[in-house]
Design a binder for this molecule. Sequence first.
Ligand SMILES: *Cc1c(COP(=O)(O)O)cnc(C)c1O
Length: 462
Amino acid sequence: MSKQSLKHSWAEPYKIKMVEPIKVTTREYREKCAKEAGYNTFLLKSEDVYIDLLTDSGTNAMSDYQWAGLMMGDEAYAGSRNFYYLWDNVKKFYGLPYFVPTHQGRAAEHMISKIMIKPGDYVPGNMYFTTTRLHQELAGATFVDVIIDEAHDPRSMHPFKGNIDLKKLEDLIKKVGANKIAYVSMAGPVNMAGGQPFSMANLQDVYELTKKYKIKLWFDGTRATENAYFIKMREKGYADKTIAQILKEICSYFDGMWVSAKKDLMVNIGGFIATRNKKVFEEARNLVVVYEGLHTYGGLAGRDLEAMARGLEEMVKFENISSRIGQIEYFGKQLEKYYVPLVYPFGGHAIFLDAKQFLPHVKQDFFPAQTLSAEIYVDSGVRGMERGIVSAGRDSEGKNRYPKLELVRLTFPRRVYTQSHIDVAVESIAQVFEDRKKIKGMKMIYEPKYLRFFQARFEKIK
Ligand SMILES: *Cc1c(COP(=O)(O)O)cnc(C)c1O
């Protein structure tokens, strides 16, 4: 089955049963909206957006099977049937025996950081993710990026840019001592690097190294199915394995994982911790009642747990993941025709525009990616987000971090948009690219303390 379907196009393995109208607006109207939103796409009203590529987080279309599951919600405070069904599916698909539900991914990150980190510890990881790193830092750790150098180069064609650089990791262990490393934090595909996967071979090497030094290896498994897909397509020895088999093998190397169910599981809300570590499990099951709710619902309704359990069964189906990644490849290939500068290889959940190349005349201090995301919205109502200097935030001394990658992310919600929507987005970005010389940067006029990209406001420079 797999060999044959690899040759098929990415055509959607579903048809549309219900539609949600979206509003077409004028350029003048969008100019007004953008200004009112402080040129931050996070602050736009969703109803003023035509094609929403802000994020794939919780924006997925559920299947009829998942919607039917909502009606089967057992809303008991304790011991809901849906909880046990979900737990069984977590064991079945991730192969980890213990499970604690949370309302979304960052709640799981918060608890794992609290449990595993002592102030003064270090957490090495492959690049970083915004909420993950913040929770690690709030728990008192210093985050250290140990991803391979290629990940910071948007033009490198390395097939596994999410890999950990073993030398960087071992150097850190030798420098600070293994007992100062709370755990190694590995994500895949790496969102901030452009949705880039790690290879199974690299994971095995990282596993051996952490085992040698008796350091725990933890997984941000939010996008694990996409990583499994890339391993199947790119790594020797995996072409004939199913997504489910590869996923299970990935998880077999980790002590535990945290997951935002709002991505792979194709639901609108949810998250969890899954682990083989009984001690961590017991602490998490205890902490969850403080922050989220009883350990059998974790801040979610019974119906949400049911939709997650059913989403798990759908996410490992090859046709679902190949059509998702097929949409993204199609988008990238169309943009290439207009010579729009992109991050390569195309990622698992999004196409990233290289704003440094797109707007070489706008200095990083004037927020090229933030500016570009606002310009694209004004042009066509297509909404993306900044992944550059605004997202990177400030370091512990309060200085701006200057990331090498200054990107606009255009992310695909699962099963939501059609090929003609993608074509509209392509035409708009091509138009903005043609007019790029007219674009000037912006200055930040309001900056929140935490995760500033969500709520910061900007003004155009004259
Ligand atoms: C979305 C995401 C998170 C955070 O999860 P939320 O559900 O948004 O709280 C953590 N890690 C990765 C890789 C993510 O994509």
